[in-house]
Design a protein around this ligand. Sequence first.
Ligand SMILES: Nc1ncnc2c1ncn2[C@@H]1O[C@H](COP(=O)(O)OP(=O)(O)OP(=O)(O)O)[C@@H](O)[C@H]1O
Length: 239
Amino acid sequence: MSEFVLQADDVAIHYGGVKAVDGVSLTLRRGEIRGLIGPNGAGKSTVIDAITGRVRLTRGKVQLGGQDVTELGPVARRMRGLSRSFQRTSIFGQMPVRRQVELASHKMGVADSGADADAVLRELDLMPMADVIAEDLGYGEQRRLDLALALVGRPSVLLLDEPMAGLSVQESHDLAKHLKALTSRWNVSVLLVEHDMDVVFGISDVVTVFELGRVIASGEPAAVRADPRVREAYLGSAA
Ligand SMILES: Nc1ncnc2c1ncn2[C@@H]1O[C@H](COP(=O)(O)OP(=O)(O)OP(=O)(O)O)[C@@H](O)[C@H]1O
């Protein structure tokens, strides 16, 4: 058994002459949060797409729990425990919260989807809103519902692309707290692309910095924050 739940090796995604991602390697240990940061267009979302199987690799390999999944599509990867959140709550806007989560769990083939849904809702403090129509939730709660849908079937890896976008400081704080709790209580590993530096440096175990499709720094948050190259490329003097 690999010590990594997720391992991407020398991943490249080229669009014609555009090297969106060009030789990126990264890993996730069980229960670890890795923050991915970098300027706009650095290739962060493309790496997420590559890992989920949404785009085909130009080069490289993706492994999940030590198994090569490079040739598998997004649904097959999801079934093997690789989940991502979408900003998709509006698709089922007319449906009550618990029903949505239960349906998503059922679609995943979970035997007791009711129990699965309840566990997820409890974990994310959404049980009091179980019967609320999704459209009537506050924005922060909708983001949590989005996360709930990604958590059905107990994935081992969660990929999140800017989950804090549009949230208030308090809502971001709450979501960050839930993410941190998930990693310890459910042993989920998280790859977090996020522009909110307080969140990234606050909850990540490791931070990886992208620039122009490549990794320019990676390590513990304090070391990355202090790295002169990172400050120059991205963080500026405000960090
Ligand atoms: N389908 C595509 N075709 C051509 N170029 C693309 C495509 N998708 C992404 N790119 C390019 O690849 C580069 C990386 O984009 P990407 O969206 O991954 O960056 P990002 O770091 O996620 O940026 P942001 O922080 O703004 O979301 C950019 O130059 C982008 O224009």
